[in-house]
Design a protein around this ligand. Structure first.
Ligand code: C2E
Ligand code: CA
Ligand code: CA
Length: 589
């Protein structure tokens, strides 16, 4: 009898699925969380697993990953159940090796159809293997699990072996060196390569064309690599390259540059030219670590660093990325005193409206001037403030300061001007945010519509239903809401449609060289069109050149902020700048 395991924390859904399956003659096992589901699968090895994604104690992805690490369970057909809102994450599930997914609510026929299709496929695979000679089966299975079907590259499962082969042969080479020749230190560099903004490319091109593009990318990497080493496809859009042993750091840097240069030529796809950028991080054996997992992790950190710097570049791992705990501890103590010591200041960056070229608002941005360390970036200390629980205090400080400043400027005659303040995830989830905010508005005598709150999509999608409710409550106060850094997360605009936004801010990483970067310009034009359809205003951040500005304006963007027009400046600089005159008009547009 065919046994099916249902892993689902929602009792109602689980019981419903069970009922349908029992009626159909299947034997059913149930688990109410990821942990017990994984255990049950390992003990009983069901014929198929149906698994929810969002669950307490191990989510669906983690369950699938664990099962795939185990020979007994790795081949069990696996179907994800997903709520509509999580659908955009499904690619992640399919990449991990799920066989199918169903979006809740699904019909009985959809469920049974998916299950029987998977079971048929699996049993024919099993039969095929049962009829063949054992060694051949072994090698085929090996080929199946160690090779990625899409790119025909080895997968992460093969990484350890490949790495050992390379290290072994480099050791041999060093033993065989001619006696008396100078001692050479061999290094084996491990590269982690991430495609810049590939999620967005997929969203624009569609999954099928994006797959073709991805194959072409893998092919180009193979050509660049030649026989210099091996390429492994990691999960998602990442690759790992291991170079045969080299003797100098310079040859590592040269190779990294060769990879970057190799992607300067666009890809041609259905008459379109598509530029693909990549961020590269490198960790070196034995300097940075001896173990391949740790090396890869280090290379990954360096890769993220390159990406943060704007992508399309490489970065060697340095131990500094693992910021020493002691260093963080002292920063933490300092941050607790920083407000009291008045080391934290608010700067303001003007926002310009394209329609009339006027300054219609400013974004308040925190600055921390540490007495010894100098300026500490908000990207570092905001995260720290969240972690150590002082973000409420910091957030309250900015809100108050920004509102006070706005009042002063209004009293000096400034009109039609909106102040924007960033809200971090933790601040947004503060229980009494609504009261605090109305208190600040009243205390400073500010009209609610003159205040805008900027929230990032990652803050909102963590728990979308609650976030929507909280946002709607904030909107009843009358404040305006902007979605910040749009494009850096995974959410689609149509998903975000349920949120009551007024403004969409395109992340600055998309704006960079938008006039020459085809992929980004396609994305931005699509975002602008969709946002307008949803009645949102679109602001581009990080505009640094006139060409970028012209492009944005031409494509219907409503406004911008960026160094081209002004850096974030102190309140006094802002006050004495020409844009404080209410009739000020920029000559940039
Ligand atoms: P963000 O909200 O995306 O802010 C925009 C960032 O882009 C600012 O960085 C700004 O200085 C920078 N920027 C503006 N124009 C340009 C440009 O033309 N080119 C480039 N390359 N950059 C430009 P900043 O001030 O370092 O802030 C970094 C992040 O820290 C902010 O990103 C925001 O997420 C966070 N942050 C800053 N102040 C606050 C705050 O008061 N509360 C919270 N929760 N987060 C804050
Ligand atoms: Ca912002
Ligand atoms: Ca941003």
């Amino acid at each position: 009898m065919t046994t099916i395991l249902i892993i689902e924390d929602d009792d109602i859904v689980r019981k419903l699925v069970r009922k349908i399956l029992i009626q159909e003659g299947y034997k059913v096992m149930e688990a109410g969380d990821g942990n017990s589901g994984t255990k049950l699968a390992q003990e009983k090895q069901p014929d198929l697993i149906v698994c929810d994604i969002m669950m307490p104690q191990l989510n669906g992805y983690q369950v699938l990953e664990l099962l795939q690490c185990n020979q007994e369970t790795e081949a069990i057909p696996f179907i994800f159940l997903t709520a509509k809102a999580e659908k955009q994450f499904m690619r992640q599930g399919m990449q991990l090796g799920a066989d199918d997914y169903l979006t809740k609510p699904f019909t009985k026929n959809e469920l049974l159809g998916a299950i029987s299709a998977r079971l048929t496929k699996y049993s024919s695979l099993k039969q095929r293997y049962a009829g063949e000679a054992a060694p051949q089966v072994d090698s085929q299975l090996n080929q199946l699990t160690n090779h990625d079907a899409l790119t025909n590259l080895p997968t992460q499962l093969a990484l350890r072996d490949l790495f050992h082969q390379i290290v072994q042969s480099s050791l041999k080479a060093s033993k065989n060196r001619v006696p008396g020749s100078p001692q050479q230190l061999y290094m084996v560099p491990v590269f982690c390569i991430g495609l810049d903004r590939f999620q967005r490319v997929i969203a624009t091109l569609g999954y099928e064309s994006a797959t073709t593009l991805f194959q072409a990318i893998a092919q180009r990497l193979k050509e660049i690599m030649g026989s210099k080493g091996v390429i492994v496809r990691l999960s998602g859009d990442d690759f790992c390259l291991i170079l045969n042993a080299v003797e100098s750091k310079q040859s590592i840097l040269n190779f990294a540059q060769t990879v970057i240069d190799g992607f300067k030529e666009p890809f041609s796809l259905e008459e379109q030219k598509i530029f693909v950028g990549m961020s590269i991080g490198v960790a070196i054996y034995p300097r940075d670590d001896l173990d391949i997992s740790d090396l890869l992790q280090n290379a990954n950190k360096a890769m993220l660093q390159s990406r943060q710097k704007g992508g399309n570049q490489y970065q060697l791992f340095t131990a500094a990325f693992n910021v020493g705990k002691s260093n963080l501890v002292s920063l933490e103590t300092d941050l607790r005193y920083a407000i009291r010591r008045k080391e934290i200041k608010v700067h303001y960056q003007p926002k310009m409206d394209f329609q009339n070229g006027k300054i219609t608002g400013a974004e308040a941005l925190l600055r921390w001037y540490h007495p010894e360390r100098g300026a500490v970036s908000p990207d570092t200390f905001i995260a720290l403030a969240e972690e150590i629980g002082v973000i409420e205090e910091v957030g309250e400080f900015v809100l108050n300061k920004a509102c006070q400043q706005l009042k002063i400027w209004q009293q000096n005659g400034l009109k039609d001007f909106q102040m924007s303040v960033n809200l971090s995830a933790r601040q947004f989830n503060q229980l009494n945010l609504h009261q605090r905010l109305s208190r600040i508005l009243i205390d400073n005598n500010i009209e609610p519509q003159d205040l805008q709150l900027e929230l990032t999509e990652s803050t909102l999608v963590q728990n979308a239903e609650v976030a929507i409710r909280r946002l709607k409550a904030l909107k009843t106060l009358g404040v305006s809401i902007a979605i910040d850094d749009f494009g850096t997360g995974y959410s689609s605009l149509s998903y975000l449609q349920q949120f009551p936004f007024d403004v969409l801010k395109i992340d600055r990483s998309f704006v960079k060289n938008i006039h020459t970067n085809k992929a980004n310009s396609a994305i931005i034009t699509a975002i602008i069109t969709m946002a307008h359809r949803l009645g949102l205003k679109v602001i581009a951040e990080g505009v640094e050149s006139q060409e970028e500005l012209d492009f944005l304006k031409k494509h219907g963007c409503d406004g911008m902020q960026g160094y081209l027009f002004s850096y974030p400046v102190s309140a006094s600089e802002f006050s004495s700048s020409p844009f404080m005159g209410t009739n000020f008009q920029s000559d940039l547009i």
